[in-house]
Design a protein around this ligand. Structure first.
Ligand code: SAM
Length: 350
């Protein structure tokens, strides 16, 4: 029976094993049965499902998952938690596999292939907040077969994932997540529901994977670079933020260096880096130079915005995913025309 949601039972286990919380692993264990039940409901877990839990901790949510799902795979990085899980809190369940690994290092496509014949699984987790974005974007970009991802994250991150155009929360993370999935905010969770209490608010968000992306862009890699450029300096107008970025052509040198990794995945990775990290424009410009790609001119951006009926002073935060896709297509067309006329001029000179 799932009992660890009661604070006193959690404390008993922690004391029994002299467990010391590791801040570096983002350990805030859930001690609220209502929240646990809400997560299971939001994830729509049934007896048919295979569920991947990221970071089971002492197994609080894992117990609920074992009781509701067909099979559970729990991936935990902290080796001190493994004996607690396998010899104690999960000992009574025969439908769970505990893996002592860093989730970011696991080949999840292979895992789903081996454990579920490649059929889609569900992901449920009270995520370690320090790696929320790489975990979620990794699942989405690597195209792990998934039905949905239901996770506890920092409230602010949940709001950014589901934000629409126009607000302060809207940005590259909103667009990247919404390209792959439909977000639904299932619950807002206060700090007293965890042990120890985090110093930020939390929320449960469910991401239901799209069968196919809601927009069609001719060049997805370029779409993600465009989004990144638009939000790297979000106070700038789109014309200023985007002009000067490298164009849409595939970079042969880059492709050769990265082997099988698709343009799509590389592009989205960089979109996410820009959410949490520094401005990548210098590196992008450097890449463009190395690969002989042209850059996007101010005039091309202005012309494209005009064709879309948008003001030339519009900022990225005003554009929907659909509008970004349209802009990406218009700019890659403009760039192709530009490349065509440049080579014609060069031919004429000879
Ligand atoms: N699921 C438990 C609960 O709700 O009480 C614990 C959640 S706690 C917020 C996050 C868990 O993720 C911890 O057990 C932590 O050790 C684990 N963790 C942190 N980084 C991880 C990683 N890279 N891979 C796998 N597990 C990780």
């Amino acid at each position: 029976m799932a009992t660890l949601g009661e604070a006193k039972n959690t404390i008993e286990v922690l004391n029994k094993y002299h467990f010391i919380f590791q801040k570096r692993f983002g350990q805030n264990f859930l001690i609220d049965t209502h929240v646990l039940e809400k997560i299971i409901r939001a994830a729509e877990i049934s007896g048919e499902d295979m569920v991947l839990e990221i970071g089971p901790g002492i197994g609080t949510m894992t117990q609920y998952l074992c009781e509701n799902a067909r099979e559970v795979i729990a991936v935990e990085i902290d080796k001190n938690l493994i004996p607690i899980l396998t010899e104690d809190t999960l000992r009574g369940y025969n439908n769970v596999t505990v893996i002592n690994e860093d989730i970011l290092k696991l080949d999840l496509n292979r895992l789903v292939q081996e454990k579920n014949g490649g059929r889609p699984i569900k992901v449920v987790a009270n995520l370690p907040y320090y790696i929320t974005t790489p975990i979620i974007m990794g699942l989405l970009e690597k195209h792990v077969p998934l039905q949905n991802i239901t996770v506890m994250v920092q409230r602010e991150v949940a709001e950014r994932m589901q934000a629409g155009p126009g607000g302060k929360d809207y940005g590259a993370l909103s667009l990247a997540v919404q390209y792959y999935a439909e977000p639904y905010l299932a619950a807002v969770v206060p700090p007293h529901c965890f042990m120890p209490r985090p110093n930020v608010g939390s929320a449960v968000i469910r991401l239901t994977l799209h069968q196919k992306p809601p927009v069609q862009a001719e060049n997805e890699e370029f779409l993600f670079r465009l989004i990144r450029a638009a939000f790297n300096q979000r106070r700038k107008t789109l014309v200023n933020a985007v002009s000067g970025m490298d164009g849409a052509e595939a970079c042969e040198k880059d492709t050769a260096n990265t082997g099988k990794r698709s343009n799509r995945r590389r592009a989205a990775e960089r979109t996410v880096e820009s959410v949490d990290g520094p401005d990548n424009r210098e590196r992008a410009a450097e890449d463009a130079g190395k690969c002989g790609r042209s850059t996007i001119s101010r005039e091309a951006v202005q012309e494209a915005l005009e064709q879309m009926g948008l003001s030339s002073t519009v900022r990225g935060e005003a554009l929907s995913l659909e509008e970004f896709a349209r802009l990406a297509d218009l700019l890659s067309c403009a760039e192709k025309r530009n490349a065509g006329s440049t080579s014609a001029e060069a031919a004429a000179e000879h």
